[in-house]
Design a binder for this molecule. Sequence first.
Ligand code: NIG
Ligand code: FE
Length: 403
Amino acid sequence: MNLTLWRQARLATLADKRGWGLVERGALLVEGSELRWVGDDASLPRGLAIDAEHDLGGSLLTPALVDCHTHLVYGGDRAREFELRLQGASYEEIARAGGGIRSTVAATRAAGDDLLFEAACRRALALLAEGVATVEVKSGYGLSLEHEARLLRVGRRLGASLPLTVCTTYLAAHALPPEFEGRADDYIDALCSWLPALQAEGLVDAVDAFCDGIGFTPAQTRRVFEAAHALGLPVKLHAEQLSDQGGAQLAAEFGALSADHLEYLSDDGVAAMARAGTVAVLLPGAFYFLRETKLPPVAALRAAGVPIALATDHNPGSSPTLSPLLMLNMACTLFRLTPEEALRGMTVNGARALGLAGRGRLAAGQRADFVAWDAEHPSELAYRFGGANPCRRVVTGGRELIR
Ligand code: NIG
Ligand code: FE
């Protein structure tokens, strides 16, 4: 098997439960798509037949980033809605008046497959340029069998065309489509009935829902989760974003991979997530862009030992950002995460929120996804914001993409 040696790097391995895992004069040995050995250059195993060697010139090396919550595939934009919100209309008011997610559904249904793919591709490449090697992509702007399938297929096509791992999530329970107006329970029946065919086509890695006053009730969400579980699919949830619905407890009951947003999460919700091992995915972009003032209960999550992940939540309505590094910064400034918690949130804990244990750390046996940064210390990744991109080299599955 082909062995590649990467040396002269300062490593932030995140290999242990706590600490950066710094290795001053670090080296990595890559075998195929896996890390075979990680450590101090001086203790590199001797006598190996190395096929290629790269000198990293002392740059900082971290695990590649994992963006575990995005809505990357959609048509149109919501710049006009942004203006309305600045003039005083709330996200909920706009949604209840038929705008919001529904306006993106109309623009998405009207867009051709290639247009959707090309726009999503550009967005994914922007994430990749800041060090993302794994991205989750949700459906949820199609809201019919035909259109949800189209979005999931675009997600799969992204994974096949780009050097990224793409995880697809079925989010038909995102909003009520106009053809089901006043018949939310019928819509839940319908979207549950579409799931077996989508799964049979290999389009679904996980199932999500939007449990909220402007989304679906806990009872409706439960039916979505039951349908997912009947097919052996893991679940996630947009929970307690705008109000406390007890969504986190429901997600925990179904052993959810993650509950996401969580500004209105209660103590009971925190405890339930801790018991179930459900990851808390915090989304500072949506918090910022919706001018939310209620903070997610970070101290309580920490005290209960709930793993915290971070993601861009890229979408046209609540978080039109493509900068994972800005999210690291915002998680620290807005949510008071430490820079180390923030980086863990976009690496090892982001991977966990996708059910991927084999990535997100620099350690033997992990997937060889790593990034060389123009930085001396990993805290710099969360410290700077906007402007110069410090990402210098990206390696995914052992192959170098950006240099
Ligand atoms: O994660 N809250 C629900 N879903 C998205 C926003 C979708 C939209 O506004 O288009 C979110 O914030
Ligand atoms: Fe979202």
